[in-house]
Design a protein around this ligand. Structure first.
Ligand code: NOJ
Length: 531
């Protein structure tokens, strides 16, 4: 039997760039494609394999690009198609891959398709979106709540119907039951694949089809008013419909025609429903249903162990895992668990079995950021200000050096920098051998040098207090990862006798292993082969 060829993403690491906040090249305080191109050597030197760019398409920016007004062009804020072609050539010249963000669930309300659709009830594009009459007694057609709070339905006075929007009212949902919509969106995928992109991260993939009868969603018995209004309901009928899986399989088939292209689907669901997005070997869906379980889990050994084991157990035999600890939507990992544990988190992320995705700035350990109220921009914050769920804190510009505006721009950036940017920046961390940046680089280099860490088998040790302990093994090489999630020194009980050859990495100062883990210490140990 021929051995299966391992695709690049199974060994690889993805790095998410939020284009508005990476590097400004034209003095407007907003990052752009030429800026990203100018910083590619940094990305390559980090040791990652692929870049995922959050949306760069023409957009009114109601949701900072996740409201697309033209799927086949570049917003002038970011550049133009020529700048894109230069960027992709420069990415490929460094042996890196480029993934774009594909936003299929909704367009901008300024997309020409929606402008036509709302122009009259008999417009040929009316059915490209989801229009409904008021409920029999008047009012919204059902109880669905937008992910940003408030009803999912917006009244359109001119044509006397409501349209559906799972997010902002400026982001009307497309009707994926309409074959013309599917064909138009396939054209979009062809457009970018033909231009050489290596795949897509697919925005809110589990949302794209709704139950045909639009029943009310059930109430969530566990909801409390201190969490987002979205969670008042269980999204039984508005998300994760069987037909969406079929569409996901069609996207996969289309991508396969271009060779080794990667589809990462954004999917927020419990493990067993999450795993269905891999499809079957005969009818595969996305390669990597994005796995947010580390972001959602309380940060202690017991919860993390359960999350990792449940996730591993839920995977179909052919399904390749993936992990993420930060994004433009989630609070910064260092803000959530502190800098010492953020190092432990980095070691966890880069030693678990599965493709890791890093989020720009986490490699510098950016933590709490103060955004004065007058500089807040995120629509999610403005929809529910009392909840303190604004995402601006995770979207602040990259601090490159200690020069004015941190080398990000020549003028005041669109969002403030991290408070400690004069010392927490790329240049300063490059000079400091003990910095978070150099720690990340070391972990990434280890992952490349030791296939056990990427494609090796994974065995979790049984429960042991604050310690997570697992072995990665590949072709005779055995590596043990020990992570102390707690504030006390511990002596891991298991495998005391196993012989440690070398300490490959530590979240603290390098030192020989003496059987003890210090508080917040994580170690990668190289073990002698089993007798
Ligand atoms: C998920 C994206 O990551 C988020 O930033 C956006 O607001 C929603 N999808 C809507 O597109």
């Amino acid at each position: 039997m021929r051995e299966r060829q391992i695709p690049w993403w199974e060994r690889g690491v993805i790095y998410q760039i939020y284009p508005r906040s990476f590097q400004d090249s034209n003095d407007d305080g907003i990052g752009d494609l030429a800026g990203i191109e100018a910083r590619l050597d940094y990305v390559a030197a980090l040791g990652v394999d692929a870049i995922w760019l959050s949306p760069i398409y023409p957009s009114p920016m109601a949701d900072f690009g996740y409201d697309v007004a033209d799927y086949c062009d570049i917003d002038p804020i970011f550049g133009d198609l020529e700048a894109f072609d230069r960027l992709i050539a420069a990415v490929h010249a460094r042996g890196l891959k480029l993934l774009l963000d594909f936003v299929p669930n909704h367009t901008s309300d300024r997309h020409p398709w929606f402008i036509e659709s709302r122009s009259s009830r008999d417009n040929p594009k009316r059915d490209w979106y989801i229009w409904r009459d008021p409920a029999p007694g008047g009012g919204v057609p059902n109880n669905w709540i937008s992910d940003f709070g408030g009803s999912s339905w917006e009244w359109d006075e001119a044509t006397g119907q409501y349209y559906l929007h799972a997010f902002l009212k400026e982001q009307p949902d497309l009707n994926w039951r309409n074959p013309e919509v599917r064909a138009a969106m396939s054209d979009v995928l062809h457009f970018w694949l033909g231009r050489g992109v290596d795949g897509f991260r697919i925005d809110v993939l589990w949302h794209i089809v709704k139950h045909q009868a639009f029943p009310d969603n059930p109430l969530n018995p566990d909801w409390t008013p201190d969490v987002t209004e979205r969670d008042r309901l269980l999204q039984h009928f508005s998300t994760d419909q069987p037909e969406a899986h079929e569409i996901s399989a069609e996207m996969r088939a289309l991508a396969e025609d271009y060779g080794e292209r990667l589809l990462v689907g954004e999917i927020f669901l419990p493990a067993e429903r999450h795993a269905r997005w891999y499809g079957t070997p005969e009818r595969p869906q996305v390669h990597l249903p994005f796995n947010f379980h580390l972001i959602e889990s309380p940060w202690d050994a017991a919860h993390l162990r359960a999350v990792i084991e449940d996730y591993e157990a839920s995977l179909p035999g052919f399904g390749w895992p993936n992990w993420v600890i930060g994004s433009h939507d989630a609070p910064r990992i260092a803000a959530r668990i502190g800098e010492a544990q953020a190092r432990v988190a980095a070691m966890l992320l880069l030693t678990l079995r599965g493709t890791p995705t890093l989020y720009e700035g986490d490699e510098l350990g950016i933590g709490h950021v103060t955004i004065p109220p007058e500089r807040m921009r995120d629509p999610q914050h403005f929809r529910q200000p009392s909840l303190n769920i604004g995402r601006d804190r995770s979207r602040t510009p990259m601090p490159w050096d200690a020069s004015p505006h941190a080398g990000f721009s020549t003028c005041e950036p669109w969002l403030p920098l991290n408070d400690d940017w004069p010392t927490r920046n790329v240049a300063a961390q490059e000079r400091d051998p003990g910095s978070m940046l150099n720690f990340y680089r070391h972990l990434l280099a280890l992952r490349r040098a030791h296939p056990a860490l990427s494609v090796g088998s994974f065995t979790m040790e049984k429960a042991e207090g604050d310690v997570l302990s697992y072995v990665r093994q590949h072709e005779g090489e055995r590596l043990r990862v020990l992570l102390n999630l707690g504030p006390e020194p511990v002596q891991p009980l298991t495998r005391q006798a196993e012989s440690v050859r070398d300490v490959l990495a530590s979240t603290l100062q390098a030192r020989p292993y003496d059987g003890t883990l210090l508080p917040d210490e994580g170690l990668i140990l190289s073990l002698a082969p089993e007798a």
